[in-house]
Design a binder for this molecule. Structure first.
Ligand code: NAP
Length: 226
């Protein structure tokens, strides 16, 4: 299964501000790329924090796609998958946006998740495990027939996917902006890697549009740093 991430970061590597407000870092071209990559995915996976910040359907925008970017072989609806411990029903915008006829919303987490509340507020299906984690979510998605999973963050989730050894590609939009803040989320959060664990990347392509860089990397060192 192809597992790839897409993120827009500031020049100092931040995904957003310390206050975790929803922030649009990239340009219209970045949003177009987001649609192109979503069109390649059977499922888009985010962490609970990211969903609560932007509790909207993660779907491609048909108007942003060129004919060659369009997709006709996805089986059924695009899946939006959320990994969460505390659940995602607290987001105030949720009830207004969900269910969405374009999306199958799946929530993954511990048995303490309120299955009925998620179904009623969001039309979501809930999957639970005593030991929820990224590898389990990816296995479940694969068992459902997903052949490609796009990880849209945030930094905590991307770090977990990397640690799982399943991440094979990263798309990174380097936006010409500085954000700063020691607690602001970065592309790769969590505990970080040791010097002997660093993950090496191969730059597959770089595209410049005005002051923005669009980078596509694959992992050289397998991406399972322990
Ligand atoms: N610029 C970009 O491209 C971009 C993209 C995405 C996000 N963002 C920003 O990044 C920030 C969020 O990133 P983040 O790193 O703070 O959070 P995140 O990666 O979105 O989510 C982390 C969350 O994942 C859940 N989780 C992690 N491990 C789990 C496990 N084993 N079992 C169950 N749930 C687990 C927890 O959710 P719960 O808290 O729900 O329990 C945890 O808080 C936001 O500011 C967002 O706007 C930016």
């Amino acid at each position: 299964m192809r597992v790839f991430s897409n993120s827009a970061i500031s020049v100092d590597g931040k995904l957003g501000t310390s206050s975790l407000d929803h922030l649009v870092i990239g340009s219209d071209e970045d949003r177009r790329l987001m649609s192109v990559l979503r069109a390649q995915a059977d499922a888009v996976l985010v962490g609970g924090q990211t969903f609560r910040n932007w509790p909207l359907p993660l779907v491609e925008s048909p108007s942003a796609l060129r004919p060659e970017d369009r997709r006709s072989d996805r089986d059924g609806l695009i899946i939006n998958a959320v990994l969460t411990r505390v659940g995602i029903t607290s987001a105030s915008a949720v009830a207004k946006r969900w269910p969405d006829p374009r999306v199958r919303l799946l929530v993954f987490g511990p048995p303490t998740l309120d299955v009925d509340a998620h179904r009623q507020a969001l039309g979501a299906e809930v999957f639970t495990s005593e030991e929820p984690g990224v590898a389990w979510v990816l296995d479940e998605l694969q068992a459902m027939g997903c052949r490609s999973v796009l990880v849209e963050g945030g930094g905590d989730l991307i770090a977990r996917v990397l640690r799982s050894g399943r991440l094979s590609e990263l798309f990174v939009t380097l936006a010409p902006v500085l954000i700063g803040g020691v607690s602001a989320p970065t592309l790769l959060d969590g505990a970080g890697l040791r010097a002997d664990e660093l993950v090496k990347l191969r730059l597959q392509s770089v595209k410049r549009v005005d002051d923005e860089l669009f980078l596509h990397y694959t992992l050289r060192s397998g991406g399972s740093p322990g």
